[in-house]
Ligand binder design. Structure first.
Ligand code: FEO
Length: 165
């Protein structure tokens, strides 16, 4: 069994992960419309990973006999001024998610929910990677400074990302 507070907080986080997927899919659509299919491909892989994150919460709730509550997913933004602005937004979003995961960890500690803590360990590590990846692309884009050749090269590189489900 799982405590009511943790179950509610995990359901909320599942919704945030689904929103993350929706946000990155929206960024993918933006990049496709900007004819940057490599950037778009990268975002589509990212969206799939977020689905996977949501399903981890879904399954944890199921395994512990909690009610799984699917709520409305907010409409994501659809347009950004530049690839740099989109990736800055992605990085900010990941920092926000990290703060939420840390909050869940604290709650699990307060509630002495060891199963939740062990489950969340994976997310704590994952968020380090998520932030590092997004900020890495932000740094590259800042160095490129909008140069056409630089963007084309980065588009090619980002397009090689594969989904490992
Ligand atoms: Fe599910 Fe990108 O954090």
């Amino acid at each position: 069994m799982i405590g009511k507070k943790i179950a509610a907080a995990f359901n909320e986080q599942m919704n945030r992960e689904l929103y993350s997927s929706y946000l990155y899919l929206s960024m993918a659509a933006y990049f496709h419309s900007a004819k940057l299919d490599g950037f778009a491909g990268w975002m589509r892989v990212q969206a799939k990973e977020e689905d996977l994150h949501a399903m981890k919460f879904f399954e944890h709730l199921r395994d512990r006999g909690a009610r799984i509550a699917l709520e409305q997913i907010d409409k994501p933004k659809g347009v950004w001024k530049s690839p740099l602005e989109a990736f800055r937004a992605a990085y900010e979003h990941e920092r926000f998610i990290t703060s939420k995961i840390n909050g869940l960890y604290l709650l699990a500690e307060r509630e002495s929910d060891y199963a939740a803590k062990v489950f969340l360990d994976w997310f704590v590590k994952e968020q380090v990677e998520e932030e590092a990846t997004a900020s890495g692309v932000v740094n590259t884009l800042e160095r490129i400074k909008g140069s056409g050749d630089g963007i084309v090269m980065l588009d090619r590189e980002l397009g090689t990302r594969e989904f490992h489900g």
